[in-house]
Design a binder for this molecule. Structure first.
Ligand code: NAD
Length: 720
């Protein structure tokens, strides 16, 4: 696991775990690392130590499965992990033998904390490698001394943003920031430089340590001066204050980790390193055993990895490879999809009503590449290569032989049927036809196809180049083969799929509209719109519900609810339909028409339309922000539960990932189904009942939720 060799009186500890694809800190490797270090300490011939790896990465971090396993156990178990790492890392600093981290590749989290504990850091200048402390993004904090060593090394001003944003950087950037001390161009040079440093520094001492005069032992200084000023200096106090304000503005206190990091730094920098590590461990246990860490690790790390592998792909279908894709409609969505396919090396035929219109769609890719190059990402050669893969046309014949055709023309059933009939015959023998519709049921659209089994929904989100998710919609007749090909394609363009069954609004639009619908109920009750918007953001939604309704367009919301009324699934008195209708009448269609719930002055920031006060007079008693937050979130969660129970969404993971990536459901909860575990199943059912009694049956928990509460279950197991 960790190969131990001796060369020129230096022990080389080279990580090479066979039990996992990457080197990680876990129950096996941590003791092995400690044993290897001890062997070097005990060998009088060993004058120094080099820590490196034989894999492409250095150490990718702590094994998150180990953290998750201990998340809801006795906190003492979690404390053991942190205490063990701190004992090992602190020994590196205090045993007296010069130790160098020869960072040959990615070093993240605990992996980089190991480097921080070494006396010197040299990184291989490998542009693929990433270095940093990203723990915060998973609800954790660096619990192996990272919150203490980084600010002591770099000063608070430089360290805090790295700790609070979990920034990951290349070796070159790491050198510029001071995260590493030197770069090497090859593995040989990496080791040579490490040997040289050890030779030149036989008795290294970290700046925060000193030798005890009586015993000669290395111990932490009690009065170490942090570069740039400690927490109590004027600069330190300013940086700390700004950091706290930034965290509160960004997280509304929903994420405990950034606040805990600030506390670690604040308290830790006032005491010796040995005592500071105890403080850090205490905060680490607090965040690592939190529901927020559980949700983020489960959904946004382990879950996302699973989803990206395509776990929902039918196993018995051989791998497919989309080499040529046709796109119908070079508007906002079609042009974005063309870009995403071209950068994955897929040949694209982009068709619109004229070549000029298609070229306009291709311009979108040209602009994205230009902007990327200006930001130092990508090269003109790469951009040219991808652009040459996009061919524009107005002739369906050019789509002959496509493995996949994606339709992204206007949202009109007849037009979609017409382009399907025109283009489908051009598909290769085993080709699949997909629609990017956002509202029209896939099974209905498939009726226009000659091979409905090869018809599927591929719902991309706007803007396509930034949005990671694709909602793959299975129509009634969609075959396993079509699903497999669609998922292979999504994987090839490096997006994340969720698989849903056909339904009105599919999964994502159906649940997202609950957020906007509930805000309209609140308006109708006379709740202050400022309060509604603030509560939406405080709950962790990226945009207030009224603002996002304007972005989607009140007209569209009115149209969609109108269609649902026609189809008999909604009543005329539906609040969103009524309010939407009123605003359409007033010509206030939303952001596009520069007037909706908000006013959009040409020369300034948007503000809530004062006329709202007349339409919705303020009620005498205003609810608390907490109550509004609850209504906005519970409404979405209950609709997600219904989607799950109806089989629209089939796994908890798809529901959670879809909610976070599609419409920004707050990630701290773990997603729209994990939310139930976040608040606790019993509490959830009780609260939903209370909300139903107070505001209406839309909040009533389903019988299955009640049953889950009775049995103390919070995980949603598929029934079929
Ligand atoms: P858009 O209006 O920007 O583009 C539609 C394009 O289709 C236009 O360029 C038009 O010229 C072209 N077109 C019309 N008839 C055609 C034909 N016969 N052959 C080829 N091209 C033709 O629309 P959009 O926003 O890109 O939406 C397209 C589809 O994607 C719609 O079904 C929409 O519901 C769906 N969608 C949109 C969004 C979004 O945020 N805009 C998100 C997801 C899905």
């Amino acid at each position: 696991m960790i190969n131990y060799t001796k060369n020129r009186n230096v022990a080389i500890l080279s990580w090479n775990m066979t039990s996992s694809p990457m080197n990680v800190l876990n129950d096996d490797s941590i003791p092995a690392f400690e044993a290897a270090l001890q062997r070097a300490y005990d060998d009088a011939d060993v004058k120094g130590i080099i820590v490196t790896s034989e894999k492409n990465e250095f150490i990718a971090g702590a094994d998150l499965k180990m953290i998750l396993r201990n998340n809801d156990k006795d906190p003492a178990e979690m404390l053991k992990i942190s205490a063990e790492l701190n004992r090992i890392f602190r020994a590196i600093e205090t045993t007296g033998k010069p130790t160098v981290a020869a960072i040959n590749g990615t070093a993240l989290g605990g992996g980089y904390e190991a480097c921080l504990a070494c006396h010197h850091r040299i990184a291989l200048d490998n542009p693929k490698a990433i270095i940093g402390l990203p723990e915060v993004s998973l609800g954790l904090l660096p619990g192996g001394g990272g919150t203490q060593r980084l600010p002591r090394m770099l000063g608070m001003e430089a360290a805090l943003p790295l700790l609070l944003e979990g920034k990951r950087v290349s070796p070159k950037e790491a050198l510029a920031l001071g995260l590493v001390d030197e770069l090497a161009v090859s593995r040989e040079e990496l080791l040579e430089k490490a040997f040289a440093w050890i030779e030149a520094n036989p008795e290294p001492l970290r700046p925060w340590d000193e030798r005890d005069r009586k015993t000669g032992k290395i111990v932490g200084k009690e009065n170490f001066k942090v570069p740039g000023g400690g927490v109590q200096s004027p600069t330190g106090a300013r940086v700390f204050g700004a950091g706290t304000a930034m965290v509160m503005e960004k997280t509304h206190g929903n994420y405990p980790a950034p606040l805990a990091i600030l506390s670690c730094v604040y308290e830790g920098l006032q005491v010796s390193m040995d005592r500071a590590l105890v403080i850090e461990a205490r905060y680490f246990v607090k965040v690592a055993t939190s529901k927020v860490a559980k949700g983020l690790i489960q959904t946004m790390f382990l879950g996302l990895n699973e989803a990206n592998k395509g776990i929902s792909r039918p196993k018995d279908i051989p791998a497919t490879d989309v080499k040529k894709v046709g796109i119908l409609g070079a508007g906002m969505m079609g042009s974005g999809i063309a870009y995403a396919a071209a950068i994955a090396g897929i040949e694209v035929f982009l068709k619109d009503v004229s070549v000029e219109a298609a070229e306009k769609g291709k311009d979108y890719s040209r602009t994205v590449f230009k902007k990327a190059i200006e930001r130092g990402k990508g090269t003109p050669e790469k951009a040219e290569a991808a652009l040459s893969l996009i061919k524009t046309t107005a002739d369906a014949e050019d789509l002959r032989g496509c493995d996949l055709i994606i339709e992204a023309v206007f949202e009109n059933r007849e037009l979609k049927a017409q382009v399907t009939q025109e283009a489908e015959p051009m598909l290769a023998e085993q080709g699949v036809f997909a629609s990017n519709t956002s509202t029209l049921p896939i099974s209905g659209l498939a009726q226009a196809a000659a091979k409905p089994a090869n018809f599927i929904g591929l719902h991309f989100f706007s803007p396509v180049d930034k949005m990671q998710l694709v909602e793959v919609i299975r129509g009634k007749q969609t075959s396993d083969y079509a699903l497999a090909l669609a998922l292979d394609f999504v994987k090839k363009i490096r997006k994340t799929p969720i698989v849903v069954n056909d339904s009105r609004g599919f999964y994502t639009s159906r649940v997202f509209t609950m957020y906007t619908a509930e805000s309209m109920e609140l308006l109708k009750e006379g709740v202050n719109p400022v309060l509604i918007e603030n509560a939406g953001r405080a709950a962790g939604m990226p945009v207030g519900p009224l603002a996002v309704t304007d972005e989607v367009s009140l007209e569209l919301i009115h149209k969609i609810s109108g269609q649902s009324i026609k189809d008999g699934v909604l009543n005329e008195d539906d609040t969103a339909f009524q309010i939407g209708g009123k605003f359409v009448e007033l010509g206030r269609l939303g952001k596009k028409s520069k007037a909706g719930f908000y006013e959009y002055p040409a020369d300034g920031k948007k503000f809530l339309w004062p006329g709202l006060g007349e339409l919705f007079p303020l009620a005498e008693n205003q609810p608390s922000v907490e109550e509004i937050k609850k209504r906005l979130l519970y409404r979405q969660v209950l609709e997600t539960v219904r989607c799950f129970e109806e089989g629209v969404i089939q796994t908890q993971l798809d529901a959670d990932i879809g909610s976070i990536l599609a419409w920004g459901f707050p990630a701290y909860t773990g997603g729209a189904l994990s939310f139930v575990d976040y608040v606790g199943i019993t509490n959830f059912v009780q609260e939903a009942d209370r909300l139903a009694d107070a505001y209406g049956e839309r909040f009533r928990p389903t019988p299955r939720l009640r049953e889950m509460a009775e049995r103390g279950l919070s995980h949603f197991e598929p029934t079929n």
